[in-house]
Ligand binder design. Structure first.
Ligand code: UTP
Length: 289
């Protein structure tokens, strides 16, 4: 199984932080966002990873490459733990890079990998979505795919007032957390949303999705919408929505990025007590003000 990680978007929601650096390289605690995504792929058994990059995204390639100078420096200073971590990052998976020359949307980014995917199912993981859980989110989707042989998307219940930020599925319940998708609507209003089940950044696709992407082509804003292609796919093939277990953070937005950093730092033994104290003081001061 190969995984495609689209990471070529401009990241306008995080400006000015993303003016000259990829949003996928923004750290959550002390690790770039995209490293969490690559680790989830590896922990789910995926070893071939295709990252879709674009202008200004070189730092992603450098991050997963070896840095001999840095390794020598750490070796000399006897910092074995850091050294092992730096070497682990560079050898985690076979990573290939494809450039998306024009930012024509998520669907187009996935199509850029077409030649390298062959006629096999593949995973898509958004480079700015983190899901934290003991059982990796992608492995939960892969399990459904193994059982059904069909495409599977990760979905999450969101408050009705927020559905207009997402693609939303209409589905028939097939079990506790599984739905057979009957339709998809991109960014519906709360009144027109067919459910509160929003599509988030994890997918396992049959290769037919690539034909659907080509056939549906660009939408009204000139972008290839993955949701449009998924709607075409589910007219004659099964597509499932899995309510996965885990906490998801959309690092592409400022609120979630800050929330992720705080939540995950509070779970770290080396950082939690100091952070808890600082947060306590801040909240106290805030309450007094
Ligand atoms: P987003 O819509 O979150 O990315 O796409 P964006 O365009 O960077 O967002 P803004 O500008 O803040 O609104 C979801 C994923 O698809 C990738 C992004 O990098 C992100 O991981 N993407 C998006 C591409 O690879 N290419 C594109 O043309 C658009």
């Amino acid at each position: 199984m190969k995984a495609v990680i689209p990471a070529a978007g401009m990241g306008t929601r995080l400006l000015p932080a993303t003016k000259a650096q990829p949003k996928e390289m923004l750290p959550v605690v002390d690790k770039p966002t995209i490293q969490y995504v690559v680790e989830e792929a590896v922990d789910s058994g995926v070893t071939d990873i295709i990252i879709i990059t674009g202008r200004g995204k070189r730092a992603i390639e450098d991050h997963f490459d070896r840095s001999l100078e840095l390794e020598q420096r750490l070796e000399k200073s006897g910092d074995d733990q850091e050294l092992r971590e730096i070497q682990r990052i560079a050898s985690m998976a076979d990573i290939f890079y494809i450039r998306q020359k024009e930012q024509l949307g998520l669907g187009h980014a996935v199509l850029c990998a077409k030649k390298h995917l062959g006629d096999e199912p593949f995973a898509v993981m958004l480079g700015d979505d983190i899901v934290v859980n003991d059982r990796p989110c992608l492995s939960q989707l892969l399990k459904v795919h193994e059982r059904t042989g069909s495409s599977v998307v990760g979905v999450e219940s969101v408050p009705k007032s927020m559905v207009s930020r997402y693609g939303v599925i209409a589905g028939e319940k097939q079990g506790e957390d599984l739905y057979r998708v009957t339709d998809l609507v991109e960014k519906p209003t709360p009144e027109t949303a067919p459910s509160d089940l929003a599509i988030i950044g994890r997918y396992v696709f049959e290769p037919q999705i690539l034909d659907c992407l080509e056939k549906t082509g660009p939408g009204m804003n000139g972008e290839y919408q993955l949701t449009d292609a998924m709607r075409a796919l589910c007219t004659d093939r099964d597509l499932y929505g899995l309510k996965f277990t885990g906490r998801r953070f959309d690092i592409g937005g400022k609120g979630d990025w800050i929330r992720a950093t705080i939540e995950l730092a509070l779970e770290r033994g080396d950082l939690a007590s100091e952070l808890r104290r600082s947060l306590g003081q801040l909240l106290e001061r805030d309450g007094e003000g």
